[in-house]
Structures are given as structure tokens and as C-alpha cells.
Ligand binder design. Structure first.
Ligand SMILES: [Fe+2]
Length: 312
């Protein structure tokens, strides 16, 4: 059995190259969905993989349990089966899970200063270390079966708890935050969504930005972005990375970053017809100014100055 992209548990668009193929679902489309439709969990494909991996863990448990009563030649074969299963089904895909699943969960959790998945990541580090120790022991001319079995039991216990945390905590978070299509593209197929420029303290939800805007008395600057959008990347890596632009945004606005592939409601609410798009919103959510497409830093600063005058 192949674990696919994820082992132990070891292992995201609307848009648009610029703004030519935006296809947001209309409110009428949404209203037309039958009331009895059962929602498909975004993480269903991964849950199926996890179920298969759990079967492999059960098999591993049985193999470890059989060591004590196995004959000497059987023990060597069993040790090899255990270490190969661990390597092929679990260890090999650790990096992919960390790069895709965990980063997506961290984005959905919305707190850039602390990794939501920090504990899970660390469990993977521990598990990888224990797997290597098992492999080393199994490779010795006279393996210590008691030490091997104790380490293997400890590892299987850790993996069992790790999977349970992923299934009960991590995957429900992703089910709430992602559509099945986004999950497939971002996690299962590894198409990474954009990350907002880290030097700007972006709010990640409209509600969060509104709260800060009211507290500080500043208008909101919204950067609408999305994956598969080259102009968005250029806007983020060139214009929004410019020191003068960052300084101006920090002084005068509450910055809000919205990935419209993840937040279609906001895109519809603010009539976003393409990305990248920049809007200035008043404290009560009125659109004061809008800029569509990429602008060089100087042109963007000039637009910000004009847009800032429109703000109360
Ligand atoms: Fe995991």
C-alpha cells in the first residue's frame, strides 16, 4: 500500500493570471443548492489515506508483538518488515506533510506569530528520530529485541496519538476553512497558495480588520489576492515589499490580506472582479477607493495618497 502523499500523516482560486477569468459563484448559485445536500468534507481524501495508514500501524503492532515468539530466522525477517513499513509508509512523507498540510492549517488558523501545528511538527521530529533508532537497532548483527520492541511500542503509541490529534483537531479546522477543491489543490496536489508579505502585519479576516480599524480610527487597506495569480505575486514581491509602501500602509491604514479562493464571501461583498485588487474601506465597510491590477511602487504610492484623501 502506498500512503500517497502523506505518511503518518507524515505524511488551494478562483483566479486568474491577472483578472480575466474570475468565476465567483453567484448568490443565486448558492441559493439554488438543494437544502438536503450533504456537504462533502474537504479533507475526505486525506482521511481515506489516514485510514489506510492506520491499518498499516495495526499491522506493525502485530509484527512487533510477534517478535518475542518468533524463531531466530523469523525475527530477522520481521525486523526487516517493520523497518521497511516504517520507512515506506511513514518516514518518507514527513517533509511533504509538513510543507503542505501543516502550512495550510497554519494559514487557516490565521496566527502568523505562532504555528498552530508546532506540537504536531515536533511529534514528527521525535517519531523520525525513533524510527531511525529502530532502523539502527535492526541493522545490528545481534539486535536487542527487548530494546527494539520497547522503542517500537513507544513509537506506535506516539503515532496513534498523533493521528488522533490530526483527525480530531487539524482536519476539522481544514474542513471548516477550505472547499474540497481548494484542499485537493493546496494539500493533496501541493499547489501552494500565496503568503502575504510577512513584513506587513496583515489582518486575515474582515472582522479582525474592522475591529482594529474602529480602535485606531484608520481606514482598512485590503489586498485581494489568490493562488495562480502572477500579477498578485508581482504586487506582493515588488510593490508591497517596497519599504516606502510598507511604511505608508503601516502609518495610514489597517492592512487586510484576503485570499479570495478561501474567502469568496468577501470577494462578492466588495464586488471584486479581478485580482490583484486593492481597496480602501471606511470603518463602516464602505469602499472608498479601488485599484485593479498591478502597480509599480511609485504609482501605488501616488494612488494611496489620492485614496487616502478620500478617507475621512
Ligand atoms: Fe502528521
Amino acid at each position: 500500500m502506498k500512503a500517497g502523499f502523506l505518511g503518518f500523516g507524515l505524511g488551494a482560486t478562483l483566479l486568474v493570471s491577472s483578472f480575466s477569468c474570475l468565476s465567483l459563484p453567484s448568490p443565486a448559485d448558492k441559493a439554488a443548492r438543494p437544502a438536503t445536500e450533504i456537504p462533502v468534507r474537504a479533507t475526505e481524501p486525506l482521511r481515506r489515506q489516514y485510514a489506510e495508514i492506520r491499518l498499516q500501524l495495526d499491522r506493525l503492532d502485530g509484527l512487533v508483538g510477534s517478535l518475542a515468539r518468533a524463531s531466530s530466522p523469523e525475527r530477522i525477517s520481521t525486523l526487516r518488515q517493520i523497518t521497511e513499513l516504517l520507512e515506506e509508509q511513514i518516514l518518507r512523507n514527513t517533509a511533504e506533510e509538513t510543507d503542505r498540510l501543516y502550512l495550510s492549517a497554519d494559514r487557516c488558523a490565521g496566527n502568523a506569530s505562532y504555528r498552530f501545528t508546532a506540537s504536531l511538527c515536533h511529534e514528527q521530529v521525535i517519531a523520525a528520530r525513533w524510527m531511525l533508532e529502530l532502523s539502527d537497532e535492526a541493522g545490528k548483527p545481534s539486535p536487542d529485541l527487548t530494546a527494539f520492541s520497547r522503542r517500537a511500542d513507544r513509537l506506535l503509541g506516539l503515532l496513534d496519538a498523533h493521528f488522533e490529534t490530526e483527525e480530531k483537531v487539524l482536519l476539522p479546522l481544514l474542513d471548516d476553512a477550505m472547499t474540497p477543491d481548494r484542499f485537493r489543490r493546496e494539500v493533496m496536489e501541493g499547489e501552494a497558495p500565496p503568503l502575504p508579505p510577512s513584513s506587513i502585519p496583515w489582518a486575515r479576516t474582515y472582522a479582525e480588520a474592522l475591529t482594529v480599524s474602529k480602535a485606531l480610527g484608520k481606514p482598512i487597506l485590503v489586498h485581494f489576492s489568490g493562488p495562480r495569480c502572477r500579477a498578485c505575486r508581482k504586487m506582493e514581491q515588488v510593490t508591497l515589499a517596497d519599504a516606502e509602501v510598507r511604511s505608508r500602509i503601516g502609518q495610514a491604514f489597517v492592512p487586510l490580506y484576503l485570499d479570495i479562493s478561501a474567502d469568496e464571501e468577501s470577494a462578492i461583498r466588495f464586488d471584486v472582479v479581478g485580482i490583484p485588487a486593492t481597496q480602501i474601506l471606511s470603518g463602516d465597510g464602505q469602499v472608498l477607493a479601488q485599484q485593479l491590477g498591478f502597480l509599480e511602487p511609485k504609482a501605488f504610492l501616488a494612488w494611496l495618497q489620492d485614496a487616502g484623501r478620500a478617507a475621512p
